[in-house]
Design a protein around this ligand. Structure first.
Ligand SMILES: NC(=O)c1ccc[n+]([C@@H]2O[C@H](COP(=O)([O-])OP(=O)(O)OC[C@H]3O[C@@H](n4cnc5c(N)ncnc54)[C@H](OP(=O)(O)O)[C@@H]3O)[C@@H](O)[C@H]2O)c1
Length: 357
């Protein structure tokens, strides 16, 4: 198979670096261009970026000259797909310009809330992909923009999916403990976060609320009808490096015990493996259930499934709603599953479906 040529926008940032790492040696895609701001343009990547991953930066990437994001519009003949890890303020205009010609797969929030745009996570809502046709038609684009959810929403919707499908959901309460890499680089000043918890992340809670019900909604007559349950959350920043940790309380429609939830996860994992197992970035288990009292933990569990598994544990009946309530903890790698590698898996799915040619 001829590999698809991938351009990375925002390649020097935290999520951009994860795109590079996820694409190294990828069987379907190859990196053909690295793009960022005026600050980095013209410099070798190894000089422009502060590389954070323990995976060594390959020499050919380190030596590649970073280009200005707008300059990629002159390189379109050599690009099959654009991976965007740009700040949202910049993303709306530039992603739209690329989407006139090419598929754009994005970690940014700029397009997430448009009615013609799916927030695509294959294991949650692969059936939302046909909305791309509406987006193309209404905007007159040859390409499209498909974003993934916010990194905090990712672990929530994946862990809710088997519950929602099998037992129905009446309400969700969630408190997040979010890792530092979620704030990009250089991110939160060390004097603010070491020895501390910051109980506010700008715009995060609104994103989680909107994206959860949209992602778990149903595509009907060309529009997504959001899932009909309320979501309430508090998002906090803590001093972990990677891996967003969530404490979740769910009120279910039908009675559901912890054992029922674990059984539902098992059959959900089997369905995901059958449907998406051939995608190179898909984890063996979409959800990993930890039974030890002190798991999941960010440091120990975030890399499970290559950083793509959502790890849940401490599943208990909730005293408030009794048989109709569950509480559990979930962990999701924010820069892998919740950003670049998760988006790469969405691109793999879209390629299989013929949306990326
Ligand atoms: N970090 C996460 O865990 C995570 C998870 C999910 C989604 N996201 C989303 O992914 C996007 C990137 O986040 P990040 O954490 O990687 O941020 P980041 O570390 O601050 O990186 C931002 C990137 O965008 C480039 N950039 C910034 N301003 C630009 C401009 N005016 N023109 C062109 N390029 C510009 C930067 O280039 P220079 O280096 O040249 O300045 C850098 O490559 C955001 O939309 C974020 O919300 C992040």
């Amino acid at each position: 198979m001829q590999k698809k040529r991938a351009a990375i926008m925002g390649a020097t940032g935290v999520a951009g670096q994860q795109f590079i790492e996820a694409l190294l040696g990828h069987p379907w895609f190859e990196i053909t261009g690295l793009y960022a701001s005026q600050r980095s343009a013209g410099k070798p990547y190894g000089e422009a970026a502060v590389w954070h991953s323990p995976t060594p930066l390959p020499n050919d990437i380190a030596d590649t000259t970073v280009k200005l994001i707008e300059d990629g519009l002159n390189d379109l003949d050599g690009i099959d797909v654009v991976f965007s890890a740009l700040p949202s303020e910049v993303a709306e205009e530039i992603e739209g310009k690329y989407a006139q010609h090419k598929p754009v797969i994005s970690t940014a929030s700029a397009y997430r809330y448009f009615d013609d745009t799916p927030i695509l996570v294959p294991e949650v809502n692969a059936d939302h992909a046909p909305l791309i046709e509406k987006q193309r038609k209404e905007r007159g684009w040859k390409g499209f923009v498909v974003p993934g959810p916010n990194c905090t929403t990712m672990g929530l919707i994946i862990s809710l999916k088997p519950l929602y499908e099998q037992f129905g959901v009446k309400s969700v309460f969630m408190t997040s403990m979010q890792a530092l890499s979620g704030a990009g680089y250089p991110g939160v000043p060390s004097l603010d976060i070491v020895d501390n918890v910051i109980p506010f992340i700008s715009k995060e809670e609104g994103k989680v609320v909107k994206e959860t019900v949209k992602s778990l909604g149903v595509l009907e007559k060309g529009s997504i009808v959001p899932a009909p349950f309320p979501v309430s959350c508090t998002c906090t920043r803590v001093a972990t490096i990677d891996g967003h940790f969530l404490s979740i309380f769910v009120q279910t429609e039908k009675p559901c015990t912890p054992e029922d939830y674990v059984a539902a996860v098992k059959s959900y994992n089997a369905k995901c493996a059958a449907r998406f197992g051939e995608l190179p970035s898909a984890p063996k288990s979409t959800i990993v259930v930890k039974t030890e009292d002190n798991r999941p933990q960010p440091r120990l569990d975030r890399e499970l499934g290559g950083g793509m598994s959502t790890v849940i544990g401490r599943i208990r009946q909730d005293e408030v709603h009794g048989a109709h309530g569950l509480k559990y903890c979930a962990l999701s790698h924010n820069t892998k599953r919740g950003a670049a590698k998760g988006e790469l898996m969405a691109a793999e799915y879209l390629m299989k479906q013929g949306y990326i040619e």
